[in-house]
Design a protein around this ligand. Structure first.
Ligand SMILES: Cc1cc2nc3c(=O)[nH]c(=O)nc-3n(C[C@H](O)[C@H](O)[C@H](O)COP(=O)(O)OP(=O)(O)OC[C@H]3O[C@@H](n4cnc5c(N)ncnc54)[C@H](O)[C@@H]3O)c2cc1C
Length: 474
């Protein structure tokens, strides 16, 4: 067992949130656990929202955030996170992120739900990759951080009610116990628990499951954002066709070539994601749905290298052919309940980024507000841990709260299918109740089923539609 004189902070997860915490906690010792693989941060395409344009304001950005969130947001959190956005962009530049520029300065894109152009991006549509690479490069030079690759958390170590460390499984299967003064869950969302998802397979709610096992309060679990334009392909992770493509003028069309969003919302193709996703889901019942970029200015694909490459890899030339799309689970607004500093209801346990719910996103996230949340709240939490190290009580004996076994492949496929059909973009009481009965029977066999059950139960308990939670029987 590792027993340092001053217990370090253990940060679980190396996406944008975990990296921001780790970098900002200096000089406090940090052990950063990075199992490897792809989290959502590296997949992010569109960018980071910040009120930087002349004529834009924090007020306008907050207004768009609350509108998209169906006013279910914590307005005070929204004001503080969004108020910190310009500074977060400046910090990322200091960290080495080279955002794309034009003649006027930082180039600003526009996405659904935003009233103006306010999305900074890097490498065209490779924003997440560029941000993670820059933060990782900084981390490699940070003496206070020990990065442990191939390590995933299996259990939380508790002393009485306090979290006191983690049990980690390495690549080689060895289990190691690490004592810590604070444990930060930065493990990302749960999109991969849905059959159709833009998330990597590992983004399946393990941090949420651990926190639930430790008795942490959760919040808003029913609110899952579905992205309207994932590439309609086979495979566990559907590549994203970024909303920024619609921002650049691409249009959604139904199987007859008609404009899908015409007359449906004042913002048309750039309406909030829940509105567009439901439309794509509905239209998908009659035939394929397409996003048509063939009318864009020739050469557009240079600004969207990921989209262009993905399409070609699936046999579509987006310059001349419409791109087949489907709705897919994309982002979890709900999660472990926290305050602005990432404090959970369990002492010494913190959560930040997509696994956490501090109320910023309300019932539906405004596009490009989540990398922002990871950076802003990650920096706040890092500074908090630096200034106010958590106290450790040595009076109680250790006990462990374990994640437990995961489901086998066939049971996991059942959970994913059930969650997609019952708790997808369109929900009914009947489907939710029957899914709960099915999943409850599997809950003892794997933590994924327990997380799925919690999402279904939260969805059943909210009889009226709100934001991304759409009860067609309400
Ligand atoms: C395709 C796609 C495009 C997106 N585009 C944008 C965008 O343009 N702008 C925007 O703002 N948002 C975007 N999002 C959402 C955004 O990327 C995520 O919300 C955000 O990156 C989450 O960051 P995170 O650090 O909380 O989690 P992640 O980046 O998912 O990182 C989680 C980390 O935790 C690790 N982990 C998980 N479980 C364990 C465990 N048990 N033990 C140890 N480690 C564990 C993972 O390996 C990973 O390192 C997009 C999401 C997707 C999927």
């Amino acid at each position: 067992m590792r027993r340092p004189a001053t217990p370090p902070v253990v940060v679980v997860g190396a996406g944008v949130a975990g990296l921001s915490v780790a970098l900002s906690a200096a000089p406090r010792e940090v052990i950063l656990l990075d199992p490897g693989g792809i989290g959502s941060s590296r997949l992010a395409q569109g960018g980071i929202a910040a009120a930087l344009a002349a004529g834009d304001s924090v007020r306008a950005h907050v207004a768009d955030t609350l509108q998209a969130g169906a006013f279910h947001n914590d307005a005070a959190i929204a004001w503080s996170v969004i108020g910190a956005a310009p500074d977060a962009v400046a910090w990322l530049q200091v960290m080495g992120v080279g955002f794309d520029r034009d003649g006027q300065g930082l180039q600003l894109g526009r996405e659904g739900g935003h009233g103006v152009h306010r999305i900074v991006h890097a490498g065209g549509d490779r924003t997440g990759e560029c941000v993670v690479a820059a933060l990782q490069a900084r981390l490699a030079r940070a003496a206070h951080v020990h990065r442990r690759t191939g390590a995933s958390v299996q259990s939380l170590l508790m002393r009485g009610r306090n979290v006191a460390g983690v049990e980690v499984r390495g690549d080689d299967g060895r289990i190691e116990v690490i004592e810590a003064g604070a444990v930060v869950l930065a493990t990302g969302g749960l999109g991969a628990l849905f059959e159709r998802s833009t998330n990597a397979e590992t983004t399946s709610g393990s941090g949420l499951a651990l926190a639930m096992a430790a008795g942490a309060h959760t919040r808003d679990l029913e609110f899952v954002q579905f992205h309207p334009t994932a590439l309609d392909a086979d495979g566990p992770r559907l590549p994203l066709i970024t909303e920024a493509l619609r921002g650049a003028g691409a249009r959604l069309r139904d199987h007859r070539g008609r404009r899908l969003m015409r007359g449906r919302h004042p913002l048309g193709d750039l309406a909030p994601r829940d509105v567009v996703s439901r439309r794509v889901w509905e239209a998908g019942r009659d035939g394929p749905v397409w996003i048509d970029a063939t009318g864009l200015t020739p050469g557009w694909e240079r600004a969207f290298p990921t989209v262009a490459g993905t399409c070609r890899a699936h046999g579509v030339d987006p310059r001349t052919q419409p791109i087949p799309v489907t709705a897919a689970a994309h982002f979890h607004m709900g999660g472990i309940a926290t305050d602005a500093l990432g404090r959970t209801s369990v002492p010494n346990l913190f959560a930040v980024g997509e696994v956490a719910c501090n109320g910023l996103h309300g019932a539906n996230r405004l596009a490009s507000n989540s990398l922002l949340e990871g950076v802003v709240c990650g920096r706040w939490l890092g500074a908090h841990l630096r200034l106010a190290p958590a106290r450790v009580s040595h009076e109680d004996a250790f006990r462990t709260v374990a994640l437990g076994e995961g489901l086998g492949a066939s049971a996991l496929a059942t959970v994913r299918r059930t969650l997609w059909h019952a708790a997808g973009p369109v929900r009914t009481k009947l489907a939710l109740a029957s899914a709960i009965r099915e999943i409850r029977a599997m809950a003892a066999s794997g933590w994924q089923a327990r997380v799925a059950q919690a999402v279904l139960e939260a969805a059943l308990q909210r009889p009226a539609s709100l934001g991304a939670h759409w009860r067609v029987d309400a």
